[in-house]
Write a protein that binds this ligand. Sequence first.
Ligand code: SF4
Length: 486
Amino acid sequence: MCGFVGIVATTDVAPEIHVALQALQHRGQDCAGIATMLADGREFFAHRGLGQVPQAFACDELATWVGPIGIGHVRYPTIGRGLLRDAQPFFFRQPGVLMAHNGNVTNYHELRDSLRERSIHLLSQCDVEPVMCEFADALNLARRCGHTIDDAMYALREVRRRVRGSYSIVTALLLDGQPTLVVLRDPNGIRPAVLGRRGSGNELAWICASETVALDALGFDRVEEPEPGEVLFLRAGAQPIRRAIDRGERSPCVFEHIYFARPDSTIDDRGIYQSRLALGRALGERVAAKGIRGDVVVPVPDTARPAAAALAEQLGLPLREGFIKNRYSGRTFIMPDALSRVSALRLKLNPLRTEIAGRRVLLVDDSIVRGTTLKRVNALLREAGACEVHLAIHAPPVLHPCFYGIDMSTEEELFARRFSGDLDALERQAAASLEVESLTYLPVEAMDRALPGPRCAACFDGRYPQAVAGGDRQAIVADRRGRDAS
Ligand code: SF4
């Protein structure tokens, strides 16, 4: 998972990109980068740093950057490592191209080898670098310099032909002699992207970002989400130029609604907070149908809070904070190795004994991927005096890995895959494994009723909107294993 932003305006954009990246920080904490281009395309500024946005940039340096067009990125690695050389945006010297993306290029290794055969070598293990090289190579084939929108379309069609996987890509370059932001979504629109505008006339500025929170932070109005397979060419003071490459079945990632996106964002015309309330209500119905009784509803902070509130309302139970989260520690799921996940949790959640001791706790969480975090959370509740712990999850069992930009484990790491039988049987085995009195998942059908509309839910139902070739799968899995081992 990563977050990107691109802005084209009539003023210097680096400080605004810095703000937008802080709004998108939850999407990646390993590294951050900002790059800008002068209006005449003759000079570029770029900095990439490790850690969160405030650590990655020195503000006095940022103040010296100029350029009315630029892109920014926060990274959590799904291909490659959390190393500085893998940080985005990437820059291609001839012609000057800046590029960043959110997603996962599933045929990264094939692209790398193909580029090598053309004597184009990569400097990183980040999957957007070969995409940028393919784009720039095709652009140079179309014309050596003075590129036009038609040249860019030719190059993007080449990208589309060669690159498999999910991607929302933002690129900055000079087209028709003008600084132009180019946005491309994969044919299924799996990863989010949203377009926003601010001002009017010659002052009209455009932004494209992973989530609407970046628009809110900068006073941009949300316009729309680019369509799957759509290309947008954005210039300050002008209306977007729209082109399409090809379009598959619209399949936006449902996990954005369950866990990844901020609750104050809007994706697929649906508020994430509203989505989580709907999931909580649906979960409450199933908990009631199973006859599970609790004294108090406790969310695992922070993602599960809206769903826990809706579930508590549904069941007529009090909602209480059972844990106080140390806001200065890292997000556990997003930390790249198992060791840092365990140690971060000890620092992160402190149980509130007054709300827990002597009570039957109905603990609500968003999902179970590996199960290690919840085992520890249950232990914390017991230490704090909970007499029963009933776990309620506002997502179905995660049974399949994600190949589209979420680092969701290899098959053998997935908690729910250890168990068998129908959902009831799986829940009983999972509850025993986590040592809780009961465990309730949200069935896939209930999730679909709560969040109607097209979606990718492949990690739950195994129906991948884009086939992932066996060789590509093996390469991604090997990369993940290597990262966890390193
Ligand atoms: S497989 Fe799951 S996490 Fe990956 S894109 Fe689909 S819904 Fe999202």
